[in-house]
Design a protein around this ligand. Structure first.
Ligand SMILES: Cc1cc2nc3c(=O)[nH]c(=O)nc-3n(C[C@H](O)[C@H](O)[C@H](O)COP(=O)(O)O)c2cc1C
Length: 217
């Protein structure tokens, strides 16, 4: 995967690499470019995906800078490529960049405030589930698509922030979604205004030994 210069530079520093040699290109990028430009493709010591996984966090404050069409398409493609139960691909994605629509969407849930100032949002829509089993698998599928999009965005230096949806009628009306579909989740997108996306050394998580079991509970 590709890391934007600012992400790569910080990640390189975080990993104890010397990134001072070039003011414009991180060591990760130089390494990456050299491999690709020589037609060798990625190799086992390429850690860009691992960096993006560790740098992702919910970003809820965005710079006014827009996210390019190409980047939005790549992020949506990451979701489109996600796996799903029986390859059902229950989702539709609505890319929203209109500031008026974004402001309206920020009112469909109490935790959606950040959508108002996002440069864009990708809204995940699924059919109303016919039964409990489908509810579980569709939720799982949407979660996987969301995470793929978040990682792809982080890789581009673009912040993402989830939001649930409370008022279905309003959300449907804003987006023109038919009644037999649910507006499942929204993902705010934009360049972080708080701090850059860099590897998080101590994430706010339960201790890993408490979470990860080996062989049995
Ligand atoms: C299913 C789900 C729903 C979420 N809903 C919201 C939301 O409505 N508003 C919000 O600001 N964050 C929402 N979040 C973000 C979580 O609060 C966040 O992922 C969690 O606190 C961990 O923080 P991190 O993503 O920065 O690591 C949601 C996350 C998930 C997985």
């Amino acid at each position: 995967m590709w890391l934007r210069r600012d992400v790569g530079r910080d990640v390189g520093r975080d990993m104890g690499r010397d990134t001072g040699a070039s003011p414009s290109l991180s060591s990760i990028e130089r390494h990456h470019n050299a491999r690709w430009h020589h037609g060798q493709g990625p190799e086992r010591d390429h850690m860009e995906t691992w960096d993006a996984i560790r740098a992702r966090r919910n970003v809820r404050e965005y710079k006014p800078e827009p996210v390019s069409e190409a980047d939005l398409n790549r992020i949506a493609e990451a979701g489109w490529r996600a796996p799903s139960a029986k390859n059902r691909q229950p989702w539709d994605f609505v890319i929203v960049t209109d500031p008026t629509q974004l402001k309206e969407l920020s009112t469909v849930w109490r935790g959606a405030g950040h959508i108002a100032t996002a440069a864009a949002a990708i809204v995940l829509v699924v059919p109303v589930p016919p039964d409990d089993r489908r509810l579980v698998t569709d939720n799982y599928d949407v979660g996987q698509a969301t995470m793929a999009m978040m990682i792809a965005a982080t890789d581009l230096g673009i912040g993402t922030g989830h939001s649930s949806v409370g008022d279905q009628e309003k959300a449907r009306a804003i987006l023109g979604v038919p009644d037999d579909h649910l507006v499942a989740f929204m993902l705010g997108l934009g360049y972080p205004a708080d701090r850059p996306l860099t590897v998080i050394r101590k994430p706010n998580r339960r201790p890993v030994d408490e979470v990860v079991h080996r062989g049995h509970w």
